[in-house]
Design a protein around this ligand. Structure first.
Ligand code: UGA
Length: 441
């Protein structure tokens, strides 16, 4: 099938390459000429395991093309995906200007029937707005071309995006139009061979499903962080509690890892957008507000422990920081807990020696050159002469370090672990001061 994807950000690029990989002919349109040129040379703008070979392979095979020519893009696809960003407005609600601009573009150039698919995370009611926008531009043009608007939210996780897209848990299709549903079923048929994963529903429910999923996951995390803070004060170990509750299949082991707060481009933005949407219709979203508040507090927990140990003034102190990305297997630092920590450490006068397996360039781009941040080439180098080690991201490479070496390199054997990677008793026996999250033993 011929498919067009507007927006080669995270979601658009992964979706496009996965669709091309199963044989669809996919044309990607983006306004960023530089990005398009680079993609045409096989250069991928993000770090995502498995994505680069998939893009190259399908591009070489002619099934995946990149262009800035919107008219050609609209002409190409029977299905037109809108996968552009919906950044938060000043008040936290989702900004739809890019989505509606694509709707305009599609309407201006379309001359054959299209199924327009909202892939971006958009507030409930957006499909209606997209439909109205397309209809009014067509009317202006005096054109009579059939189209349907479908909601088809994306559930991929950064770091596992290709696998999530190839083997989705579910494919949510929001539409009440039989023709559009049939087109979407045919498009996704290759992903449904083993098991039927399609869930068909009305458009508004599909739009809300996306927010409900992310907000539920964020709620699980904030709940566990609240339990962790309680465990610490009550002399219990949250890691034992986590295993204890996770064994109940109604609760499950996923997304109940306590830590130094959730980050990324999705949870913080989506929780906030749903709070704003609820406010807008006069509903006070109490749980979501608490989820957000707990998370904001949790991002300061590492600094609170550092102050507990060293006092408020960190002038002359050097902190080794392992992990800058908001989670492993990505170089993404949007809303990362490490950023809140860095700001607090600098404010208190500390200098930071930081290392991340993938996010060094991104850190450099965000913070540029500054005297109180030194980017180190290895996790070992980051330790040299530091007063303490702090861990913000649970990269695999941090899970079994050489503790003798850490002890030898640090000025003092202190570890602040924001991801509970180590056994507190074992570290205590080795003579470390070890601060985990919610480990009140
Ligand atoms: C999230 C969702 O998991 C995806 O299903 C969704 O499609 C995506 O948002 C989106 O809306 O585009 P992502 O932001 O890539 O995916 O990352 P997650 O793996 O969900 O992690 C989010 C944050 O939660 C990270 O900072 C992570 O460290 C934290 N987290 C996760 C915890 O603190 N504890 C946990 O148990 C799990």
């Amino acid at each position: 099938m011929k498919v067009t994807v507007f927006g080669v950000g995270y979601v658009g690029l992964v979706q496009a390459s996965v669709l091309a990989d199963v044989g669809h002919e996919v044309c990607c349109v983006d306004v960023d000429q530089d990005k398009v040129d680079r993609l045409n040379q096989g250069l991928i703008p993000i770090y995502e395991p498995g994505l680069e070979p998939m893009v190259r392979h399908n591009h070489d095979a002619g099934r995946l093309t990149f262009t800035t020519d919107a008219a050609a893009g609209v002409h190409h696809g029977k299905v037109q995906f809108i996968a552009v960003g919906t950044p938060p407005d000043e008040d936290g609600s989702a900004d739809l200007q890019y989505v509606l601009a694509v709707a305009d573009t599609i309407a201006r150039h379309m001359d054959s029937p299209k199924v327009v698919v909202d892939k971006s995370t958009v507030p409930v009611g957006t499909a209606d707005k997209v439909r109205q926008r397309i209809a009014s531009v067509l009317k202006e043009r005096g054109a009579d071309v059939a189209f349907q608007v479908v909601s088809n939210p994306e559930f991929l996780k950064e770091g596992a995006a290709v696998a999530d897209c190839m083997r989705p848990d579910r494919i949510v299709i929001g539409s009440d139009d039989e023709v559009a549903i049939e087109v979407m079923r045919e498009l996704y048929e290759p992903f449904n061979r083993q098991q039927e994963r399609t869930v068909i529903m009305d458009v508004r429910s599909a739009e809300l499903t996306k927010y409900a999923a992310n907000c539920m996951l964020a709620t699980k995390i904030s709940f566990m962080n609240e339990m962790a803070n309680l465990a610490e004060k009550l002399g219990a170990d949250i890691e034992a509690v986590r295993r204890g509750i996770g064994s109940d299949p109604r609760i499950g082991y996923h997304f109940i890892y306590p830590g130094c707060g959730y980050g990324g481009s999705c949870f913080p933005k989506d929780v906030q957008a749903l709070i704003r949407a609820a406010d807008g219709i006069g509903h006070d979203a109490k749980i979501l507000k608490a989820v957000e508040q707990v998370n904001d507090d949790q991002k300061t927990v590492l600094m609170r422990n550092i102050r507990r140990h060293f006092g408020d003034d960190l002038k002359g102190r050097t902190i080794a920081l392992w992990g800058l990305a908001f989670k492993p297997n990505t170089d993404d630092m949007r809303e990362a807990p490490s950023r809140v920590l860095l700001a607090a450490l600098w404010e208190a006068g500390a200098r930071v020696q930081a290392y991340d397996p993938e996010a060094m360039e991104e850190t450099q781009r965000i913070f540029g050159h500054r005297d109180n941040l030194v980017l180190m080439g290895t996790k070992e180098a980051a330790l040299k002469g530091a007063d303490a080690l702090v861990i913000c991201t649970e990269w695999q490479a941090f899970r079994a370090p050489d503790f003798d070496f850490i002890q030898q390199e640090l000025r003092q054997p202190v570890i602040f672990d924001g991801r509970n990677l180590y056994d507190p008793e074992r570290l205590a026996k080795r003579g470390f001061h070890y601060y985990g999250i919610g480990r009140g033993l």
